[in-house]
Design a protein around this ligand. Structure first.
Ligand SMILES: [Zn+2]
Length: 105
């Protein structure tokens, strides 16, 4: 399974390469064939907003209910790690590649 480059329309990006392209707000990564930059589109940004809100709510809840400090900070660390993993996996399998708004020129 490969993803289409927004410039040359060849299927040049593997799911891992697509995830490494980053979000719409980043510079993206160059296509192996045409060398022009691609990044993940708006779907990834929406998903990221939803997961970051969920993460903040979870962290606040843990803080308010925490009785044992060490345990809760470990839990918060795990939630933050989970947030990055979930967004990375989302970018691997969902959404389309698009042209970044920022360019290197
Ligand atoms: Zn290309």
């Amino acid at each position: 399974m490969k993803y289409e480059c927004p410039h040359c329309h060849e299927k040049t990006f593997t799911p891992l390469q697509k995830a490494l392209c980053g979000s719409y707000r980043t510079m993206g990564k160059p296509c192996p064939k045409c060398g022009r930059r691609a990044c993940n589109g708006m779907t990834g940004i929406y998903f990221q907003s939803v997961t970051s809100i969920a993460m903040i709510i979870a962290i606040i809840t843990i803080y308010l209910k925490a009785t044992e400090r060490v345990h809760s900070s470990m839990l918060i660390g795990a939630i933050i790690l989970g947030y990055f993993v979930v967004n990375f996996i989302f970018n691997m399998f969902f959404g389309k590649l698009t042209e970044p708004i920022r360019t290197m020129r």
